[in-house]
Design a binder for this molecule. Structure first.
Ligand code: COA
Length: 140
């Protein structure tokens, strides 16, 4: 685990790495349209990148409205606990920043992943970019 480094910062600082991971995972693998992937929230969010030996392998962003989004681990790095490390790091930041809660729009296949981090489902399933999602919350 000690080989993984997490950096956080603005879009200006981390755009190249975040774009690489999100392009691989959301645009190429999940077929999400580029027009849906990139939005103005990127300019306002705090971004996180996980590095393995200086290579970006995972990312996520934390919005001003306490929403965690665009959580993505490169395919070949999944199932090694990296998503969990990244989410725990963001949850620590949320606590340090005294955010009252954290929320996210979870793809339904990942509900178990977020539940294992103490997020709870609220409300009904809905489609976003053609993919079933559900809202989940963590109260700080
Ligand atoms: N459904 C249910 N449980 C899952 C899961 C999933 N899709 N993915 C991981 N888990 C579980 C793991 O089994 C593990 O549990 P364990 O510790 O009891 O074994 C725990 O969650 C942590 O798994 P981890 O290895 O840290 O997850 P990961 O690094 O593979 O990252 C995702 C998880 C969802 C971020 C990753 O699969 C991913 O990037 N998927 C594609 C993009 C995506 O769908 N993002 C979510 C958008 S809401």
């Amino acid at each position: 685990m000690s080989d993984y480094v997490i950096r956080s910062g603005s879009w200006a600082l981390l755009e190249t790495e975040a774009k690489m991971v999100r392009t691989e995972v959301f645009i190429k693998e999940q077929n999400i349209a580029a027009a849906d992937e990139w939005d103005l929230e990127d300019q306002k969010s705090l971004h996180f990148i996980v590095y393995d030996q200086n290579q970006a392998i995972a990312t996520a962003r934390l919005l001003e409205n306490h929403s965690i989004g665009r959580v993505a681990v490169l395919n070949q790095y999944r199932g090694k606990g990296i998503g969990r490390i990244l989410m725990r790091h963001i949850m620590d930041v949320g606590q340090q920043q005294k955010r009252p809660y954290l929320k996210l729009s979870a793809q339904v296949h990942a509900i178990g992943f977020y539940q294992s981090l103490a997020f709870e489902v609220k409300g009904e399933e809905y489609l976003d970019c053609g993919i079933p999602h559900v809202d989940m919350f963590f109260m700080n």
